[in-house]
Design a protein around this ligand. Structure first.
Ligand SMILES: NC(=O)C1=CN([C@@H]2O[C@H](COP(=O)(O)OP(=O)(O)OC[C@H]3O[C@@H](n4cnc5c(N)ncnc54)[C@H](O)[C@@H]3O)[C@@H](O)[C@H]2O)C=CC1
Ligand SMILES: O=C([O-])CC(=O)C(=O)O
Length: 279
């Protein structure tokens, strides 16, 4: 028993919102074989609320640097694209692996290049869970033969509220009464205009044709209570068409329950030595 605990990976959590909370609860219940040693959220009340729900209480870090200056093995980012831009490099430089949920930050080529260089230099791994999407394994496998990739995302306007898009457009979420196409363009522009809503487009880009050639359509549908993502890909290999109809997270409607479950599964696999399923 003692040696099992010693061998368990130590986790630092950056961001104690919808996804961070479910990850912490999954570690606390033993579903993820790891020890949560430190948590940080720039809203301290979020860290305190989370820690109060746990049987095995981690330390609340005073600042984000304390997460990776302590001897954790993996830092889990479930905060924001800014958090990735500001803290990812120092986490890797401190020789910690990093699981990233705010994947949109990686569409900035200079950020991605610096982080991949750091992975090679410090022999670290960045984990990107498949989030609210399905089929990334297939897209990665057929990458060399892909000719087109389109992501169609449909959400209730409430799940899109607050996006940068509404600052530059005349459309207001409260005035949408029928199914409306809000955006059609590249994944790069989609992530820029909807940073907290379409990280899935960044994942799809990184797995396949890149952020300029991956096309995205974002639809607001006041009748839907799901976050739906449809991936349509074609190429020499044949075609792929996958639709996921996600139940939104009960505490954050922007985020799908599947995104949380995929983060839990990705971290469980990273902390385990058992079988790996899927390419
Ligand atoms: N890869 C994917 O498929 C998906 C990614 N996401 C992304 O994952 C991230 C977390 O999502 P949720 O847990 O639903 O969000 P949330 O809003 O429920 O929680 C985020 C937490 O992080 C904290 N935070 C934000 N910026 C911070 C910073 N710079 N430093 C420290 N704490 C910070 C906030 O105070 C909040 O408590 C978001 O960026 C979201 O866009 C969400 C769903 C799917
Ligand atoms: O959870 C979702 O449905 C997708 C999402 O918010 C994102 O990709 O940022």
């Amino acid at each position: 028993m003692f040696s099992i605990i010693i061998d368990m990976k130590k986790i630092g959590l950056l961001g104690c919102g919808a996804i961070g909370t479910q990850i912490a609860l999954a570690i606390d219940s033993g579903k993820i074989p790891a020890i949560l040693t430190h948590v940080y959220d720039f809203d301290r009340s979020k860290s305190e609320a989370l820690v109060s729900r746990l049987k095995k209480r981690p330390q609340i870090a005073e600042n984000p640097h304390m997460l990776s200056s302590n001897p954790v093995d993996i830092v889990v980012e479930a905060a924001s694209q800014d958090a990735v831009r500001n803290h990812a490099l120092s986490i890797l430089q401190n020789r910690r692996d990093l699981l990233i949920m705010s994947v949109g930050a990686l569409l900035d080529e200079s950020v991605l290049e610096i982080l991949l260089d750091a992975c090679r230099e410090f022999k670290r791994t960045i984990y990107l869970p498949s989030g609210a999407l399905a089929g990334l394994d297939a897209i990665r496998s057929v990458k060399e033969e892909l000719e087109s990739v389109l992501l169609v995302t449909t959400k209730n306007p409430k799940s899109l509220k607050g996006a940068r898009f509404f600052e530059v457009s005349k459309i207001d979420t409260d005035s949408i009464t029928t199914k409306t196409v809000l955006f059609e363009g590249s994944a790069k522009d989609a992530v820029n205009l909807f940073p907290a809503n379409i990280n899935v487009a960044a994942l799809l880009s990184l797995a396949g044709l890149g952020s300029h050639n991956t096309k995205v359509r974002i639809v607001a549908d006041p009748q839907t209570d799901k976050n739906t993502h449809q991936v349509i890909a074609q190429g020499k290999f044949g075609s792929i068409s996958i639709t996921v109809e996600n139940v939104p997270d009960s505490t954050n409607p922007k985020t799908s329950r599947l995104a949380t479950l995929s983060a839990v599964e990705c971290l469980r696999a990273a902390c385990s030595t058992d079988m790996r399923i899927g390419s």
